[in-house]
Design a binder for this molecule. Structure first.
Ligand SMILES: [Zn+2]
Length: 570
């Protein structure tokens, strides 16, 4: 505690000195929240990190590759929300504090006794493992340093760690927890891997090339990077792929800020300080989405696309676009910083030269031209796609085709602003076939995934926010259900839990329901291994012989029911 105090004092001073440079570092209380874990803090994820379709809204604390570490309330207040979901945050607690902030703790293994019994009552009442409740300010008061939960790995395919957030209670905007004085040691500077140059209109070019271009980098003796000198003309921009490593951790984390200078003048700056969840989708305009779709590499642009409404920019002149004139020389510097201020720089020398364009940025023309402001409906064979106005951010030629029952709706290289509708006419199928039919997406590896299929007579449709290949598939197999830690007719007096494993190879699990002697029981579902767990503490039995029934339904409605008897001493 003492050490933390000194660190907080240090940080407080730092916060004062950081004032006046446009940074938000000085506006938050740095001595209010304490660390939610009592182990040395190592991060596997930083705030604002670039993730799929969203920015990381908190920081991820490593938990020594294990579960069950004590999680402490970062400050006093009351639990204002508990959410349990199969995916996402898993088991999560939200604590509202009197100073106007809310702290969030996610992927928890289990809650403290008081919270656990509170939420179990609600789960039994709702007859659902997944639940969300908003307790009033008097129901679950929390004192600072109180153990609220054990760390875990709940919520989809995540390893053990604690996801921690601080939000503005009123606006619900997540704020970088480091701004509140959470201290982790980081002496390493960010690493810049890739530099891309962008010619941004039909008249502009870099080295005669009109399409995005990877630029060669040289390592300087001072550790900085120098791009090989380029000739350019017209409206251009730059982007980099970079990551930051913290001390004692191999995880590739996000940057705190990315700044671009042109001839010594700061023209553009991005800072991972706070954002609102509603703007998170614009991450697909911040990154080079086409490159991400093709190579899975995230290049963060130092310029702002016209539809990009992100608030994470602390400075921008001409939206980060650089206008290169014939005969003039330019020096562009891109500066990547982590929260501690460790810095990596790349310098890009540019000579303005109007070369003839060797490789032009000419789009592949298709019959399906999209003007982003218009509504479109395209049809081929038994398939139609309908795009509401502003489904896309940009105008382009859509690739749409139906071949051997595979529907191609472009490739996942164009970001979507909203959902569109993909509709199949299924009138050629019998009623029986229709029941087991569903719409599936096909990823690049050829794996198929159930997409929420709405069935209306002889048309099936899905509202979806991704492009790529789709098809109709049939699932005529029931889910599988196996007794995991016991056999039918077994005595289970000394067992703490009862476990059943469920799976479905085709459309996937839609729902499950368990009862003992006809009464609903809480089965905790771990999506990682398909195991449903019942805790014998939930119920007191008055007889010895019991009947367990588990009903599992897949996404097209195929249902499997298993029954097993077990015995427990009264
Ligand atoms: Zn996280």
């Amino acid at each position: 505690m003492k050490r933390l105090f000194y660190i907080l004092i240090l940080l407080y001073n730092f916060a004062i000195y950081a004032q006046g440079d446009g940074s938000l570092k000085s506006t938050y209380p740095t001595n209010y929240f304490q660390n939610p874990l009592d182990i040395p803090l190592l991060l596997s994820g930083t705030f604002g990190e670039l993730r799929t379709n969203h920015f990381h809204a908190g920081i991820d604390f490593k938990t020594q590759q294990r579960e069950g570490l004590n999680v402490f309330a970062a400050a006093g207040g009351y639990i204002s929300r508990i959410k349990i979901s199969h995916w996402g945050y898993g088991k999560a607690i939200y604590i509202t504090h009197p100073n106007g902030y809310t702290s969030v703790y996610a992927h928890l293994q289990k809650f403290s006794k008081r919270i656990e019994s509170y939420i179990k009552k609600k789960q039994y009442k709702k007859e659902s493992f997944e639940i969300q409740v908003f307790p009033s300010s008097t129901e679950l008061p929390i004192s600072k340093n109180e153990i609220i939960a054990l760390s875990g790995s709940t919520g989809g395919f995540v390893g053990p760690h604690l996801h921690f957030e601080i939000r503005d209670t009123k606006t619900e905007k997540p704020i970088n927890p480091m701004l509140f004085g959470i201290q982790v040691s980081d002496s390493k500077k960010p690493r810049i891997n890739t530099l891309i140059g962008y010619a941004l209109d039909s008249a502009s070019q870099i080295n005669g090339i009109g399409i995005p271009m990877k630029l060669n980098l040289l390592n300087l003796t001072n550790g900085e990077l120098l791009a090989v000198k380029i000739n350019a003309f017209g409206k251009i921009g730059f982007g980099i792929n970079a990551y930051d490593q913290l001390d004692g951790s191999y995880n590739k984390n996000g940057l705190y800020s990315l700044t671009m200078l042109v001839n010594g003048e700061k023209v553009h700056e991005f800072e991972a300080s706070s954002f609102s969840f509603s703007e998170s989708k614009y991450i697909n305009l911040l990154i080079d989405y086409e490159r991400f779709g093709n190579l899975k590499q995230r290049v963060q642009k130092c310029f702002i696309e016209p539809s990009n409404k992100l608030s994470l920019y602390t400075k921008t002149l001409s939206n980060g676009y650089i206008k290169i004139e014939d005969g003039l020389s330019y020096t562009v510097k891109i500066i990547a910083k982590d929260f501690k201020g460790n810095t990596q720089k790349v310098t890009i020398p540019i000579l303005g030269k109007k070369d003839s364009i060797i490789v032009a940025n000419t789009p592949t023309i298709t019959p399906y031209r999209i003007d982003r402001t218009q509504f479109y409906k395209f049809q081929k064979n038994n398939v139609s796609v309908a795009f509401p106005k502003k489904t896309f951010y940009n105008d382009f030629y859509l690739d749409f085709d139906v071949n051997d029952s595979i529907v191609k709706v472009h490739t996942p290289t164009v970001p979507l602003n909203k959902k569109y509708t993909l509709t199949f006419d299924v009138s050629k199928y019998s009623e029986g076939q229709k029941e087991q039919l569903y719409i599936a997406s096909i990823n690049r590896k050829g794996n198929t995934k159930y997409e929420t299929t709405v069935k209306k007579d002889s048309t099936f449709y899905t509202s979806i926010k991704k492009l790529g290949d789709f098809t109709l598939l049939t699932d005529n197999e029931q889910p599988k259900v196996l007794l995991k830690n016991f056999k039918d007719q077994q005595w289970m007096t000394h067992f703490k839990t009862l476990k059943v494993k469920i799976s479905d190879d085709e459309s996937g699990i839609q729902s499950y329901r368990g009862t003992i002697d006809g009464e609903w029981i809480l089965l905790e579902y771990n999506v990682k291994n398909g195991i449903l767990t019942y805790n014998f503490n939930d119920k007191k039995f008055t007889t010895a012989k019991h009947l367990l029934e588990v009903i599992v339904k897949d996404n097209v409605g195929n249902t499997r029911t298993i029954k097993a008897h077990f015995f427990r001493k009264k």
